[in-house]
Design a binder for this molecule. Sequence first.
Ligand code: NAD
Ligand code: LMR
Ligand code: MG
Length: 536
Amino acid sequence: MKILRGKALLDDPAQTKSTAFTRDERDKYGLRGLLPYDIADVEKQKERVLGNIRRQSSDIEKYIFLITLLERNQRLFYRTMIDHIEEIMPLVYTPTVGEACKEFAHIFRKPQGLYITPEDRGDIKLLLGNWPETDIRIIVVTDGERILGLGDLGANGMGIPIGKIALYIACAGIHPAQCMPVMLDVGTNNVSLREDPLYLGYPFPRINGVVYQSLVDEFVKAVQLLFPNALIQFEDFLAPNAFEFLDRYGKQARCFNDDIQGTAAVTLAGVYTSCRITRKKFSDLTIMFLGTGSAAGGIAELMVDAFCAAGLNKKEAQARLWFVDRKGLVVANREGIKPRIEAFAHKYGRHNFLDAISSIKPDVLIGATGVAGTFTEDIVRKMAEINEHPVIIALSNPTSHTECTAIDAYTWSDGRVIFASGSPFKAVQLGEKLFKPAQGNNAYIFPGVGLGVQACAARLVTQSMFLAAAEALANIVSEEEISVGAVYPSLKRIREVSYTIAVAVCRVALSEGLTEVDLPDDLETYVESLMYQPDY
Ligand SMILES: NC(=O)c1ccc[n+]([C@@H]2O[C@H](COP(=O)([O-])OP(=O)(O)OC[C@H]3O[C@@H](n4cnc5c(N)ncnc54)[C@H](O)[C@@H]3O)[C@@H](O)[C@H]2O)c1
Ligand SMILES: O=C(O)C[C@H](O)C(=O)O
Ligand SMILES: [Mg+2]
């Protein structure tokens, strides 16, 4: 890295320390007179940042403030984010990032990340070469077609890769210079966006079919050529594209789909942990999904592996999993069952959602619909009638799209529910008891998986890695966390979580012969040594 001087040094987000430059440094780098007198250490700077965040009148203003801080002073941004993760994460990630994506074209200040459009066909390598860094290790790419539960947001969806990359850096210590957010801006079918005069994306209907597929092919190939060490995380692609790309690239490129696989691991971990509260055996559970998309489909596939690891055969495992869609219980011989769901369409009578719960008596209910309020009072009460401690995981983001809120879930189940949700909820006081529901979000998984894959230079990312990540995450939850109803560890422990998952991923890669480097025996110390600390 070229050492800058004077104003250029102050203006460089990666190198500046702003008011923290010491007298000696101010002398040495030609900074005298360019800064106020006080030498503010990072603690003082953080105090100022927090004051500024808290004085903003809305979360979207807080988001804008934080993004501009990131553009000004990278280390201060990440130090603040790491030290105050519970306060900052909901601002740079779900739920606020959902609002930021909807408003993206209107709050845009400075480009971040790489944009690829159909006009760049044939030139994607050249575009990647324009990126200012060469040693890229983590890429988060979206085409914006299914941004959280908000639908097709086109190029506005860039907020998601930017947010996920911030989590890679803060939660797993990937170096900022090694990360790249990418928007495959292939158009949008959201007419109101295309008609918005301030819209910044490719203002045409989405390309599709082979034309679209070949552009994604070109992107993946170009990444492999220019950034051979990069891990590609596919994010917020609409199903079936999400599944198709995973099938197409998963066995030949270092990539995974976060909504399918990351979500699967975090949900499985929550279910494992719930067994410590319900005292049920994991292999005895019956699980019901509302929604048949990427998240639910991905979870079911990993659950089958988990049940098989617990001693069931594949058929028995599949028999434990049930799907409900808008038309009710998904059963054999129903029209139009998605190929990924067929194995779970059992021979059974037709039932609506509520009757399906009464009849099948699931221990666990998982929502991945993107539709608010789909876990109604009737549904939660029914789950609580058939289970002493029903497990309800409402995955949909952002908060405005959650299947049910924490307070409703606790109230309707008389405080007996074991609840987790994709976006965070505040603690709920019900009589004497305080519940602190945990956030069931793939943020617990993908940073650690990325760190692990990088640490061991795994050629591919496999299902066994996600199974191991789920086990590692479940094992780390403390008794104290469980006592307030949380099935995940506190976010304050996220770097410990990511590191633990990374070590588990390395072990799987080693056992599957996927590593491309010689790893030291002491994997723990090695992985920890790789983690970026945003210190001056
Ligand atoms: N918490 C997490 O970590 C996490 C991870 C991934 C996705 N998600 C959330 O899950 C939601 C779904 O994501 P996805 O990728 O599976 O999307 P998707 O579009 O692939 O799937 C959504 C599914 O829900 C079904 N659905 C919609 N309304 C329904 C209703 N009223 N009743 C029954 N089914 C209904 C759709 O038919 C579809 O099958 C999004 O809101 C997303 O934010 C959360
Ligand atoms: O982005 C998130 O918060 C989780 C997940 O990837 C989603 O798509 O909702
Ligand atoms: Mg996602």
